[in-house]
Design a protein around this ligand. Sequence first.
Ligand SMILES: Nc1ncnc2c1ncn2[C@@H]1O[C@H](COP(=O)(O)OP(=O)(O)OP(=O)(O)O)[C@@H](O)[C@H]1O
Ligand SMILES: [Zn+2]
Ligand SMILES: [Zn+2]
Length: 854
Amino acid sequence: MSVARVIVDVPSRETDRPFDYLIPPRLEGWVEVGSRVAVPFGGRTLQGIVVGLAEDASVDLKRLKELADVLDAVPPLSAELVELGEWMSRRWLCPLAISLQAMLPAALKGKTEKYITLARGAQWPADTLETYGDLKQALERHSPLKMSGLLQQFPDRADAIKKLLKAGLLEEAQKVEDRLSVRTVLTVFAPEPDALREGIAAIPARAAKQRETLEYLLAHPEPIAQQRLAEEVGTGTATIRALADKGLLELRQVEEDRDPYAGRNFPQSAPMRLTPAQAEAFAPIAGAVAERRHDVFLLHGVTGSGKTEIYLQAIQKCLDQDREAIVLVPEISLTPQMVERFKSRFGERVAVMHSRLSNGERYDEWRRIRDGRAQVAIGARSAIFAPFSRIGLIVIDEEHETSYKQEESPKYHARDVAVERARQHGAAVVLGSATPSLETYAAAIARGTAAAGARRAYAASAGEGTTALSASEDDAIRPVYVPLPERVGDRPLPGVTIVDMREELKLGNRAMFSGALADALRARLERGEQSVLLLNRRGYSTFVMCRSCGYTAQCPHCDIALTYHRGSQNLRCHYCGYAEREPSVCPSCQSPHIRFFGTGTQKVEEALSQTFPGIRVIRMDVDTTSEKGSHEKWLTQFRERRADVLLGTQMVAKGLDFPYVTLVGVLAADSALKLPDFRAPERTFQLLTQVAGRAGRHELPGEVIIQTYEPEHPSVALVRHHDYAAFTEQELGHRRKLGYPPFGRLISITLSHEQAPALIAMGQSFASKLRERASAAGLTGSNAYGAPNALEVLGPVASPIPRLKDRYRFQCMIKYRGDVDALGWTAQALQELAEAAKRTGAQISVDVDPQMML
Ligand SMILES: Nc1ncnc2c1ncn2[C@@H]1O[C@H](COP(=O)(O)OP(=O)(O)OP(=O)(O)O)[C@@H](O)[C@H]1O
Ligand SMILES: [Zn+2]
Ligand SMILES: [Zn+2]
């Protein structure tokens, strides 16, 4: 008898190992690596994933429990994905159950359902029967019944059911169930033409509709939904059923896809003729795809340089070889434009995966990929797990985007997963951006390139001493640098003007718009051109403050200000979801002067209407885009020139390509610079450069106006000449001095506890234990030449959010040089310390290569 090794869906470190189960004879042949199974575990029935098969177990076979069930006919994960999950768990120090879960579509994250049956042969005593006869009757009619259904029927009988279970009169069974069922459609299948003709001949003259139906099928032999067929022929479904009863056609339930883009027309697009610069960048990428060679490319192309066309043509190369491609785009740039460009080129072969789709829609797209009905997957971060089996190319557009890092466990970075997956498939990876992350850029520069012409002399030294992108030197990611420094069609990058808002104030202008921006907006209105306005709201909060006493509304469970939502008129915590009504008087001093603060897009919209009467504004922010499809609606309106201004937060900065946009204005360029995150300058520079790139992408020349209180800051000043290289040089200089990535790596460890004193004590001892280990391993203490420590343990300090969901939080940061095996070291330390932490009620969470310092 064979044994299945199962990772049970309990996301804790204690159960983070495979458990062995016997495969009962009835399930033999169904169990593979990657199968989803139901297993008995600690008195419950849980979902698990098979990660291995063996002939014998680590313990006595007789003592092993049996698998309860195999949940899918086709395993949802392949052996390759299971292996990738194991790699992720090592790479980001998380339980394997969590890595595997991340790869399943939400629809397959099964939940356990309790079922109740009457115990067989049990005698119900007379008094019990009198009191609970109704329960018994219900179960006699229908059994087993879902516990939830039974409780709905008998809302006040929960205790009674428990009692009857204890008394052995009822029995309980558990089953793992999916969160949704596949939608099926009753479909008509026509027999062979000859059989059809015979059928037609045999139909009596009075049954005209039956004859017409068969004639229709003769003309249209492909399967058709029963409902559609009835409509086409102009008859009722009874006619069709009658034919099925006679055996003249076949009716079957067929699984139907919910196509999220159904009913939309995507005009066919043909490959464009590449410009010489595009062709030069395309050649090495196409070469790797053609040779089925695993390699990584950094396609560093300025905004509007035609990167997307290169992706499209590289994908075509990959499809020509009968291989598959994954395209990752940041969630917010999953705009209709991006999807449209892929659907127009590859049509039905494209599957789209993003969070705006319902679970059902996502599941159907996922099945299209798994069943080989789609060969291109385009989607946000998790599309990297698309269940393909022959990947030839993975594209990551806007590779610098922070949304590629998942902030909950598994805290993976899709870029690293992409490279690892591509390695397993012998696939090429293209990382594309106008503003690559410093990590990727430095790694690419360190590798060097044949096309070095585009690099400046300093660049070679910028890569020196950097650590490679991946966790250890062994599987270092060193992308090939592929520059694309010019826009398509010799269009110039737009001119950028930086306006010092302090000067405006001195001149007596207290308005939201500087003189220059107001003039520029007016000119666009006169010429019938369009403008994009970005309100950089990161770092800005829309909080509520009392003007009399300074009280601000805080979340009672998290040490964080509540955010005001005008639509629902309440205050909400963005971390735990707590909400309360907007106060009318100050809870602290009873003053009525409690007000909502912060510069919101709504305020800017009001100011626009006041300054330019009649101006047509589309506002895009969290409030106006929460509804499904709203994104697309606004952008279509804007493209059709039914508005003069597109005003919004970060979501207007990326990926948009509109021919009549000739002005981009940025309000509050520097608002995010003061955030306590060493990447704040990099993010600001990237955002400004990206949004500037929305202007003048077609025939009409563009102009950019950036308003700021810090015009000299390099993150703002260097945007003026689109000078990525100069910015990077400065910023890498800082990072080198501080040992921050890419010159060092970070692991952040957060401890949380309900009580502050206990947490402080724990944090101290935890940090000193880490330090002891580090020095015992010879990793700390600068050497005779004054070189910095190979590994440092910083903290503990209170986390930037010191309390979250009623738990206090402390954090330690491990900062180390890339050549130290800090992952292995930390994993071991954590394992030994986890036990002690757990006893005191503390929780530990680890973030390897954290992206958000907040
Ligand atoms: N070879 C070509 N010939 C003509 N037009 C092209 C060619 N390649 C791209 N374009 C056009 O140039 C414009 C910019 O291209 P694209 O949007 O692909 O640039 P991008 O580098 O992806 O831009 P960004 O990073 O700013 O989003 C688009 O309108 C596109 O249709
Ligand atoms: Zn007050
Ligand atoms: Zn909260």
